[in-house]
Design a protein around this ligand. Sequence first.
Ligand code: DUC
Ligand code: ZN
Ligand code: ZN
Ligand code: ZN
Length: 486
Amino acid sequence: MSKVIKGGTIVTADRQFAGDILIEDGKIAAIGDNLTGDEVIDAEGAYVIPGGIDPHTHLEMPFMGTTADETFESGTWAAATGGTTMLVDFCLPGPDGSIKNAINDWHRKSAPQICSDIGYHMAITGWNESIFNEMKDAVDMGVNSFKHFMAYKGALMVEDDEMYASFSRCKELGALPMVHAENGDIIQELQQKYLAEGITGPEGHAFSRPPELEGEAANRAIMIADAVGTPLYIVHVSCEQAHEAIRRARQKGHRVYGEPLIQFLTLDESEYFNKSWEHAARRVMSPPFRSKAHQDGLWAGLSAGSLQVVATDHCAFGTEKKKMGLNDFTQIPNGTGGLEDRLAVLWTTGVETGRITPEEFVAVTSTNIAKILNIYPQKGALVPGADADIVVWDPKISKTISANSQKSIIDYNVFEGFEVTAQARHTLSRGDVIWSWGKNSAPQPGRGRFVPRPAFSSAGTALSRWKALNTPRKVERDPMNIPSGI
Ligand code: DUC
Ligand code: ZN
Ligand code: ZN
Ligand code: ZN
C-alpha cells in the first residue's frame, strides 16, 4: 500500500520547496507535485524533513559500576516521538574483551526492543592482537567506526601508542576513528586535588575537567590522526579549545569532524553551582557544561560549518543511580539525556532565533552524519530510493518539556521547563507512521532494524571518496609547521 505525504514544505540540507513525497515498500518512490497514493499523510503548514539521526547514545550501557537506565525500547521510542528515526549506539566490550561478542551482545539486547533503526560504533578500550583482528570482524558486521576514550583512566582510557595503532588499523579497514577528547591523566590528578581540598559535590566535577584538558586531547588526537593519515571524528565537543583545533585542522585540509551536543548549546556551567545536589548531579556528564562564551563559539561553528553534527550523548541514569556519588563527585555516573528533545530544542533555540537556517538544521541533525558514517543516501536524504525515514515537522505545535510527560523512562529531564515551538506531527520509519502528535501511538518494539554501515573502501562511490580521504597531500603538512604570525 502506497502513501503520499501531501502539502508540506520539503526541507533538505540544500533547499526548501513545496512538494509531495510518494512512499512505496518503505522507500521514497517519487517526489513531485500532485502525487497520489492509497493513503494520504497531511503535511499542510508543516515542514517535511529527513528523520533525525542521533549518532551518540549509550542505551543500557554498563558504566561506572552501574548501567544506564534508558532501554533500547524506551530510547528508540522517545527519540521517534521527538523526530529522531535512527540512533547510533556505543557498543562496549564486556569482561572478555571481545569485540565480536560485544556486537552480538548488543544485537541480543537491542533487536527485540528497538522501535526504529539503529547502528553501532565500537569502543576500543585497550590494544592487543585479538582486538586488531576483531576490528575486521566488526567492519564485516556493519560497524565502521571505532571510538577511543582519552579519559576514564584505569577503565576505558587508551594510551597514545594504542590510539596510533588503532587509528592505523581503522585506515587499513576503511573505518572512521572517533575520540572522546579529554586528558584522562590530568583529570585524575585534579579529581584527587579537589577531593583533598574537601570539594566533594558536583561542582568538583566541573572544576576537575577544565576546557584546556579537552583542547589538549583534541589537538593530540588530531595530530595522531594526521600522522596516520586518517579522518577523525571528535564526539561531544563542548568548548572553544577543541573547536579551535578542529577548525584549524579543517583549514589545513584535514577531514576532522566535530559534534557538539544539544545540551552544550543550551545549558551552561551555572547548572552545577548554587543548585541542589540532585539538580547538579543529574547534569554531571563528561565533558561538563561550559560557560556562555563557549556556547556562542559552538553555535558559530554550526553556521560556519566548522562543526557538523548535533548529537546528545544520551546516557541517562535515574536519580537513585546518581546518588552513588553523594559523597564523592568522581562516583556520580556520568551522563545526561536529550534524545527525545534534541530536534525541538535545536529548532527553538537555533532556527527560531535565526542562528541557523532550516536547511542547516537538517544538515546537522541528519544529513551530515549520514554522509560521515557512510549510510547516505539510504538515511539522511529525501530522494527516490532512500529509506522513508521522514518527519512531518510542525512549527506550530508548542509544548513545555517536562519529565512528567516525556517518553524517556528517566525521572527527570535536563530541559525541564523549556518552551519548545515545534514538534513532530508524524514520524515515519521506513514508511510506517510510528508516531502522530495527539494520537495514542504506542511503541512497537522489535520493528526497528540494525543498519549495517559498509567500510568506506568497499562501497561503490564511497571507494573513490575513501581514496581521496587517504591520499597523502604533501602540501597540507608544511603549513601546519609555519608559525602563525608570531
Ligand atoms: N560521557 C558521559 O557523560 N557519559 C557517557 C560517556 C561519556 O563519555
Ligand atoms: Zn495528520
Ligand atoms: Zn565520551
Ligand atoms: Zn558518549
